[in-house]
Design a protein around this ligand. Structure first.
Ligand code: GUN
Length: 294
């Protein structure tokens, strides 16, 4: 039976470290702020934004939320971002994705100052991730790392799960999770494969894997008969079923019988994503403001 990776607990302990650092900054009259922008009224995006604002409050980061109607023009959104880029009090800018189809998402991401890009989605920051020599450089240089992959790495670190030479299979090739996580695992010296919806014979990869990360948004894409004994499974999936419950991408019952470690859904990778957003806001704020030590 697998050990359950408690993302909630790890997240709480990292949040406490962040809170203490923010308190120190506050005592130097430095107050960090995160700006969030939501276009339209998608209910799940509204929940994500609410949770992000609540978490900011818990650690003492101020949050500024901007809600815009779904029929705003791309230019209006770009202008708002420009305003936030220029605002010296704002340390991080997060535009909740997805955006309405008439708005070019990449153009919006490109418009966010790379110094305030708390998601780590800006092409400049993606390039820094891609060309980093090692993981330590990314941390030392305060490169914003996409929050969900960053959270996955923190969980592996927290549970002392070795990555060197480990066969790691990432299911899903998104810009938000799969691709950046592949780079991070490479920097941790894992041997990495990305498999995706066009991959034939998925289980021929997963059966060989020491570490599997599922990030597809498809319920039960990974089942117990597709993994070997002792595998480590990180489940990024958040799938809401008709019964209102949330399920991951892995079939928890059958996979957990064979795994050595597994993240539950909810309570695994999910809480880490928001925590790493707070951490990126802290890292970028400290760097941009030139704070010597915290
Ligand atoms: N939508 C789903 N995940 C994310 C995320 O990590 N960042 C942003 N900005 N939008 C998202």
């Amino acid at each position: 039976m697998a050990e359950i990776i408690d993302g909630k607990a790890v997240s709480l302990s990292i949040k406490e470290e962040i809170r203490v650092k923010i308190e120190k900054l506050n005592s130097k009259k430095i107050n960090l702020s995160l700006a969030t922008i939501l276009v339209g009224d998608d209910p799940s995006s509204q929940i994500y934004i609410r949770n992000k604002m609540k978490s900011c409050k818990e650690v003492g980061i101020e949050s500024v939320h901007i809600s815009m109607p779904s029929n705003i023009t791309e230019d209006e959104l770009l202008q708002k971002i420009e305003e936030l880029n220029r605002d010296d009090k704002i340390d991080g800018i997060l535009v909740q994705l997805p955006l309405p189809v008439h708005i070019n998402e990449q153009k919006v991401i490109n418009a966010i100052s790379f110094e305030k890009d708390v998601d780590g989605f800006h092409p400049y920051n993606q390039g820094r991730l891609l060309s980093a020599k090692n993981y330590k450089t990314l941390i030392d240089e305060s490169v914003p790392i996409p929050c969900t992959p960053f959270g996955c790495i923190k969980l592996l670190e927290h549970y002392n799960i070795p990555t060197i030479s480990k066969r790691s299979v990432i299911i899903g090739r998104s810009n938000i999770v799969g691709k950046p996580l592949a780079i991070l695992l490479l920097l941790m010296n894992a041997t990495v494969s990305i498999v995706h919806s066009k991959t034939e014979n998925l289980s021929s990869y997963t059966k060989e894997a020491d570490i599997i990360v599922c990030a597809t948004g498809k319920r039960e894409i990974l089942k117990g008969d597709m993994v070997k004994n002792g595998v480590v499974v990180l489940d990024v999936g958040i799938n809401r079923a008709d019964d209102g419950k949330i399920y991951g991408d892995a079939d928890f019952d059958s996979v957990s019988r064979k795994a050595s470690y597994i993240t539950p859904v909810p309570g695994g990778v999910g809480p880490m994503t928001i925590t790493m957003l707070l951490f990126n806001t802290l890292r970028l704020g400290v760097k941009r403001r030139g704070v010597a030590e915290i």
